[in-house]
Design a protein around this ligand. Sequence first.
Ligand SMILES: Nc1nc2c(c(=O)[nH]1)N[C@H]1C(S)=C(S)[C@@H](COP(=O)(O)OP(=O)(O)OC[C@H]3O[C@@H](n4cnc5c(=O)[nH]c(N)nc54)[C@H](O)[C@@H]3O)O[C@H]1N2
Ligand SMILES: Nc1nc2c(c(=O)[nH]1)N[C@H]1C(S)=C(S)[C@@H](COP(=O)(O)OP(=O)(O)OC[C@H]3O[C@@H](n4cnc5c(=O)[nH]c(N)nc54)[C@H](O)[C@@H]3O)O[C@H]1N2
Ligand SMILES: [Mo]
Length: 823
Amino acid sequence: MGQTRRQFLKNMSIMSAALSIPSFLVAKQETNGSNVDVSSWKISGSHWGAIRAKVENGKVVDVKAFEYDKYPTEMINGIKGLIYSESRIRYPMVRLDWLKDRQNSDKSKRGDNRFVRVSWQQAIDLFYDELERVQKDYGPWALHTGLVGWRTTGQFHSCGNHMIRAIAMHGNSVGTTGDYSTGAGQVILPYVLGSSEVYSQGTSWEIILKDSENIIFWASDPVKNLQVGWNCETHEAYKYLEELKEKVAAKGVNVICVDPVKSKTKNYLGCEQQYINPQTDVPFMLALAHVLYTEKLYDADFLDTYTIGFEKFLPYLLGESEDKVAKTPEWAEKICGISADKIREFARMLAGKRTQFIFGWAIQRQQHGEQPYWMGAVLASMLGQIGLPGGGISYAHHYSSIGVPESGAAMPGSFPLNLDEGQTPKYPSTDYKGYSSSIPVARLTDALLNPGETIDANGKKVVYSPLKMAIFTGCNQWHRQSERNKMKAAFQKLETIVSVNYSWTATCRFSDIVLPACTPFERNDIDAYGSYSNRGVIAMQKLVEPMFESRSDFEIFRDLCSRFGKEKEFSRGMDEMQWVEQLYEECRQANQGKFDMPAFAEFWEKGYVLFPEGKPWVRHAEFREDPELNALGTPSGLIEIFSNKIASYGYEDCKGHPMWFEKAERSHGGPKSEKYHFWLQSVHPDKRLHSQLCESKELRETYTIQGREPLFINPEDAKNAGIAHGDLVRVYNDRGQAIVGAHVSDNFPAGILRLQEGAWFSPLDETVGSIDTYGDPNTMTLDIGSSSLAQAVSANTCLVNIEKYQGEAPAANGFTGPIEVTL
Ligand SMILES: Nc1nc2c(c(=O)[nH]1)N[C@H]1C(S)=C(S)[C@@H](COP(=O)(O)OP(=O)(O)OC[C@H]3O[C@@H](n4cnc5c(=O)[nH]c(N)nc54)[C@H](O)[C@@H]3O)O[C@H]1N2
Ligand SMILES: Nc1nc2c(c(=O)[nH]1)N[C@H]1C(S)=C(S)[C@@H](COP(=O)(O)OP(=O)(O)OC[C@H]3O[C@@H](n4cnc5c(=O)[nH]c(N)nc54)[C@H](O)[C@@H]3O)O[C@H]1N2
Ligand SMILES: [Mo]
């Protein structure tokens, strides 16, 4: 994910120093540095923003927001707890059974958490021996490496890059394609709009605030999700959300959240709510299109000039194609739960005014997740406002302050991911024996379980290889992937698993060799300030020395390379500070004549450089102006309502135009809803970044219930199940079960439950089926590909049941690290 996102990052403002802190974001006023002189405090950066830290006697004693961050997040209150967490990996550890029998170990014992402490020397030797064995006995098809996780910020210590480059120095491996975030969206949208859209800069908030009459937040919760960013987050977008709130209060704009639940954004803005049954956005959109068409409210000129294929979609819409079902409001209401009258009213409202659609990503993280995005583009095309100020469609305004104009400044590059020109691996073989050299990222469990099997993916065939060894770093596989019990079985196919992390996650527990990395607060680095706005460059100054025996990923992988004589090739003979300085200097040179940057020493001392804000901008405006000169990247250069290319693949589950496909399981009368009564949504957590910061005890204790992850539940549903706020609940389906704490809230309608992703998987024991004692939703989510096209994660297609937890509950066991044993 980092690499694709980085490609879009190019450009950025002097920020106003006035400090006003909206209470919705920060729990404690003290997190901002307004009333303390923090200029002598060290500076660092994170996904949660830039920080100032006070260090005394080698210990971080206080953390505050960077003085230019006007909207800091409460998550920075978790940083101390992260550095000093009881989950820290202290020493290199090797799983007991693996240490005894190596690749022939009893794999069913993986996850029993019994580990032996070893020296660094021994650990790296074991790691290297395994690489040698796998390349010699098998080949590149037997080794899995993946790098799309949310490793911490910092351009030099981008740990996935260290891992990929070091392993590439040794030999080739099976990598991944796509990511968990936008797996379906990034595959479908290039066919429709000619670019991935999801990681592209969007129309500036300033313009949306000025020109939009309707703003539709569709499955989008920016107030919650803008707390974090891919690079060091600036939180600048909140300024515009604050203005939007004022405009809503003054009735100057019509804002509607289309969402099965009341989101943080809806509650913050005080805007309208359009409830919708989960996973049924496509029927609602089809019915809106039907109204626009039959009432002649659509823009025929726009369709003629800027799109192709509407005429091939129309028979489906009108019920004149194979299925003979007209997609009328009366048809849709039974599925999506919005009355036919309301649908008509909604369509007329959209057409009458300048309308900006803002889509989030959770609706493409479901089965057939390609469809709502494609149908959204069709709807926006029918309204004819794509490319106009305050109109059209966005797929990313909840992400990394997209919509804040780019400064235009160059940002620092990163430690190289690939080999340098002329460098060759020790084992250069590229003979994959007919197997694929990469797999769609969310299909790993399937690949392990079905070696030799061929699947469809985006017009190609992927052949799974019999993987023998896997390396995980900067990601938490046992958080991000669905279906734990399936994983428990699948991982037994691997002979050796290596994990590098600073915290003892479930992924470490289910590994064989575990290496302790240090946190970003224990090393020096440099980062972009603002992932898209390119507002500046921030120093990440080492706050404290690496804890216990931890080392930076750079040192770990350099050490590995030294085992096969490629240490210098890996590091280019430079150390940490030489790299950081070089990345800064290259950036300074790229900006010369355009943006002033001080010499490195001055920058490092001060800790940051800020650039002036860029100019507001309208997405797709150039295309609208001249669709020939500024053609889209689709085969026709136009918006493709019908895609000949997708049609040519002949897939049953993704055809030539957007369609409604029933889900494998769906609440509110859909498949399996008679057996399992609740839809489980596993959205992104409010007070964490996925599984990061879950280990931070103080922060965790601000939301857990009896030490468990909160299960958000409607008051009526809770009452009917005999559950009170604060009770322990068993949540379960055929795939798994977990103990969680009931958080009763009327933000959630009947039949809908929320368990936030990233809750640390804490199984009672290693056996398949044992209960998760903390509340990871991926214990229960469904592991299927979105469709033959994207093969993306489908975690939001998930039904469960609940019951009050009876008897004494076992303690949540995931946060205390390994059980240390001796051989
Ligand atoms: N049910 C459900 N599942 C989901 C989702 C969902 O919506 N619902 N969302 C999906 C999405 S969009 C995403 S992006 C994924 C996220 O999945 P991940 O990216 O795997 O999630 P993180 O918890 O951020 O894991 C990052 C891990 O890297 C470690 N780490 C951080 N910095 C460093 C470092 O410098 N060195 C090393 N060695 N390790 C480091 C952290 O300790 C942490 O364990 O989850 C996916 N899973
Ligand atoms: N605080 C915080 N912010 C984050 C992250 C984090 O972990 N924590 N992670 C970052 C990352 S990696 C990513 S990928 C993005 C994720 O961004 P998204 O995937 O957009 O975020 P979610 O919070 O999962 O879901 C957003 C909204 O979609 C709604 N929704 C779910 N299913 C449906 C549906 O069927 N129909 C409709 N209409 N709405 C639905 C949910 O109720 C929720 O309000 O967030 C980023 N920001
Ligand atoms: Mo993501």
